[in-house]
Write a protein that binds this ligand. Structure first.
Ligand SMILES: CCC/C=C/C(=O)SCCNC(=O)CCNC(=O)[C@H](O)C(C)(C)COP(=O)([O-])OP(=O)([O-])OC[C@H]1O[C@@H](n2cnc3c(N)ncnc32)[C@H](O)[C@@H]1OP(=O)([O-])[O-]
Length: 304
């Protein structure tokens, strides 16, 4: 097998723009006394993700801006990991809110074109990036809140499930869930573990077997999301929840989070390469490739 680019190499060639300072429009107006200059805020942006860190509150906003549907491509995942790592290493940052800059879609999940018609080496590189994203997000020391402002199937749902808290826009047209079975593919054990830890075994088992996508109000009923709000209240609510979580001492919250999540994280770390090989041999099967092609055609037909 050819040499696989590491995250470090992907980072080196991704061209993330350096940190710069600019005023943050979001969430600031309410706290800033009139007439005072805006407190410093740092922002960085790359092609698919925009991050704004408000130094006074220690809260960063990470916005997905990869139209049309914020699919989790290799480039997106690389940028996501770089951005999260930067925030994790930044002493000024204690919490991150994730939201979409694309109307109506939080994230459409893993980019299907990365899993279809490509080489074995590509599938392995892609899957390592998916693992990396989850390990960093699920294992983050920061408070993580998903502000789910649109539909969030499969990998998009995993992003939300990996956060500490999920707030979704109350629009019943927005759905969320791990629908992999509908594509003829299978969510790996660590997607399942993350799901079970949020909704419990019975609901996870049924939902995974049926590949269920739930409209926001139904998702609330069994705790797939923690609360629903009107779209215009989402950011305010996310900031309020964040403030509540940040009121606790970091070390106590972090150790508690680690205690709850460590076994699940360790399981993937211990079986990482095996999980890559399982994915590659599964996804490269002709029957699975056919299912993915048919699913992509179905998406196109739905449009016309
Ligand atoms: C073992 C592995 C585990 C797998 C985990 C996963 O996450 S598997 C992933 C499971 N994910 C799903 O099952 C979600 C599938 N997607 C959807 O259900 C809908 O697209 C939507 C509800 C997200 C948005 O509806 P909407 O009416 O607003 O938009 P639209 O439908 O018109 O799409 C616009 C364009 O985006 C394209 N495209 C869309 N998604 C993907 C993707 N993931 N990737 C790549 N491309 C994607 C779509 O083909 C179209 O392209 P075109 O024709 O312009 O070249």
């Amino acid at each position: 097998m050819a040499a696989v680019p590491t995250l470090a190499r992907r980072i080196a060639r991704s061209g993330v723009r350096p940190l710069c300072r600019w005023p943050l429009a979001w969430g600031r107006a309410a706290r800033q006394p009139p007439g005072l200059p805006l407190a410093p805020c740092r922002a960085f942006s790359n092609n698919k993700i925009l991050v704004e860190l408000d130094e006074s509150s220690g809260v960063a906003m990470m916005k997905f801006k990869s139209p049309p549907v914020n699919s989790l491509s290799l480039d997106f995942l690389t940028e996501f990991c770089i951005s999260l790592e930067k925030l994790e290493n930044d002493r000024a940052c204690r919490g991150v809110i994730f939201a979409s800059a694309v109307p109506r879609i939080f994230s459409s999940g893993l980019d299907i074109t990365e899993m279809s018609g490509k080489s074995m080496e590509h599938y392995a590189e892609f899957w390592r990036a998916v693992q990396e994203m989850w390990l960093r997000l699920y294992g983050s020391n920061m408070v993580t809140i998903a502000a789910v402002n649109g539909s969030s199937p499969a990998g998009g749902c995993l992003v939300a499930l990996s956060c500490d808290y999920r707030i979704m826009v109350e629009n019943p047209k927005f759905s969320i869930g791990l629908n992999e079975a509908q594509l003829g593919i299978v969510a790996p054990f660590w997607f399942k573990d993350t799901f079970v830890n949020v909704v419990g075994h019975r609901i996870a088992e049924r939902s995974l077997q049926l590949g269920s996508l739930y409209p926001a109000p139904e998702a609330l009923k069994f705790g797939l999301v923690d609360e629903l709000v009107p779209e215009e209240k989402l950011q305010e609510k996310a900031m309020a929840v964040m403030a509540q979580w940040l009121a606790l001492p970091d070390h106590a919250r972090q150790l508690t989070k680690s205690m709850m999540r460590k076994a699940v994280l360790d399981r993937l770390v211990a079986h990482r390469e095996e999980d890559v090989q399982n994915f590659v041999s599964f996804i490269s099967k002709e029957s699975i490739q056919k299912s993915l092609r048919m699913y992509m055609e179905m998406l196109k037909k739905k449009k016309s």
